[in-house]
Design a protein around this ligand. Structure first.
Ligand code: PAN
Ligand code: ZN
Length: 196
């Protein structure tokens, strides 16, 4: 555990030079935990068996109390890789309190913030070092690493926002972010998206 005092303040070393092994504990997502996140889930299962279950991403759990007025924050490292033609990404979620926004600030790497609201409006915003992305209220958000280096970003959101992963797990995202074969990325409609 940690000694972060959410009532009197603290600083934390994210220790990005040595991975995320510093003071802050990280939550790790390996491919075996998210095969159905990817369009070609069979290819994902095969990678798990043949490549020793790669680490897709990890992010800090600083233990911010989930109370009004606090700001949860941390750093995510999303590793480079692909399942078939689809780039490694986070699971993505809505906030349980749908009307809560979030800010992401990219520290290194490049990628895309992929967002959609319950009405099906979609937005994709490129991420690169030094850029901040505003994730508006009501939008599910997923990050995608479109480069060949880790995509590392800082995030902060209202601590009582809550996380709804189930909606995305059930319905999927409208869009997939795939390799365009020319060193970049493209958006494709997700044939598995369900209006459930
Ligand atoms: C971020 C994300 C983090 C991991 O802290 O939780 O990048 O992505 P998933 O939560 O989709 O697995 C955030 O948006 N918090 O609200
Ligand atoms: Zn969020």
């Amino acid at each position: 555990m940690n000694n972060f005092n959410w009532d009197t303040g603290f600083s934390v070393d994210f220790d990005l030079q040595t991975g995320l092994s510093g003071q802050a504990v990280t939550t790790k997502r390996r491919l075996s935990q998210m095969v159905d996140t990817f369009y070609d889930s069979e290819a994902a299962r095969k990678m798990v068996e043949e490549q020793g279950d790669p680490l897709v991403y990890e992010f800090h759990e600083l233990g911010c109390p989930e109370r009004a007025g606090d700001l949860a924050f941390g750093t995510t490292v999303l590793y480079p890789g692909k399942v078939g033609n689809e780039f490694f990404c986070t699971k993505g979620h809505f906030h349980t309190v749908l009307e809560t926004a979030e800010v992401y600030y990219t520290l290194s790497g490049k990628g895309v913030m992929v967002m959609e609201n319950p009405e099906g409006h979609t937005v994709e915003i490129p991420m690169s070092k030094g850029g901040a992305v505003y994730v508006p209220r009501r939008y599910a958000h997923r990050t995608v690493n479109t480069g060949d280096q880790p995509l590392i970003f800082f995030y902060t959101f209202a601590a009582d926002a809550g996380h709804d992963y189930g909606t995305i797990e059930t319905r999927g995202y409208h869009h997939l972010i795939t390799d365009d074969g020319k060193g970049g990325w493209k958006t494709e409609d997700n044939p598995h998206w369900r209006d459930a």
